[in-house]
Design a protein around this ligand. Structure first.
Ligand code: ATP
Length: 221
């Protein structure tokens, strides 16, 4: 265990969508060295939780600290800066830009931050096994290759935590294994915590900290 403050510390989050309390007093702590899995049935609110923890959606109530800083007390501009500096995202369907090469996709967060570091991108592409694919566009990549490019993009600004939404949802068992090994490397080699939300039961044994999302709250698995 490290002494650093948790990368994410959510307390009593609530969020209502339509008539339903999708988050209903949910609390979750993700330590700096964590590999955390949140499972839940379809419709349980996993994507909603991903968006809230990623500072992409504001909860109705509750507090969320990122590296000790209360994100709920910030302006939208300050929240965007906190997101850019500390959070990396792997979205459910990757959300790569087809008109850009793999490398250009991964460089986008650095451009937003105004801090290009091509040596770091080269390191990521080599470590993730996609260096040879850097000049290809996403439509010319397999699902697993796109996933790795998405992971490189998530790591581009050396975040404190990578958030991944259903990272294996569309992958066959072999590619799933390769992607999970890559995600293991995220934590072990890049000093970045990892939080995955997924319904995929194949993931369970790979994670140290496991939770189940049900009825708007979370409990240990
Ligand atoms: N804009 C919205 N208006 C009303 N209800 C919504 C809205 N967005 C989501 N919901 C509802 O909130 C609940 C949680 O949705 P969410 O997408 O977070 O679930 P999930 O666990 O990620 O599901 P899945 O595994 O099927 O992707 C669902 O019941 C969904 O119908």
């Amino acid at each position: 265990m490290s002494d650093a403050p948790p990368v994410l510390d959510a307390r009593d989050l609530t969020l209502t969508r339509g008539e339903r309390a999708v988050l209903d007093g949910l609390s979750l702590r993700v330590p700096a060295d964590a590999r955390t899995l949140v499972r839940g049935a379809s419709g349980a609110g996993k994507s909603t939780l991903f968006e809230v923890l990623g500072l992409l959606t504001t909860p109705d109530a509750g507090t969320l600290r990122v590296r000790g800083r209360d994100a709920t007390a910030l302006s939208e501009r300050e929240r965007a800066a906190l997101r850019r500096d500390h959070l990396g995202f792997v979205f459910q369907s990757f959300r790569l830009i087809d008109d850009l090469t793999a490398y250009e996709n991964a460089r986008v967060p650095q451009e937003h931050a105004g801090a290009i570091d091509e040596a770091w991108l080269d390191t990521l592409f080599a470590r993730l096994g996609v260096a040879d694919l850097a000049t290809r566009h996403p439509p010319a990549l397999s699902g697993g290759e796109r996933q790795r490019v998405a992971i490189a993009r998530a790591l581009a600004n050396r975040p404190s935590v990578v958030l991944a939404d259903e990272p294996t949802g569309q992958l066959d068992p072999e590619t799933t294994d390769a992607v999970l090994s890559t995600l293991d490397a995220v934590r072990d080699d890049f000093d970045t915590a990892l939080l995955v939300v997924s319904h995929d039961p194949r993931l369970v044994e790979r994670f140290d900290d496991r939770y189940v999302l049900r009825d708007g709250t979370i409990e240990g698995d």
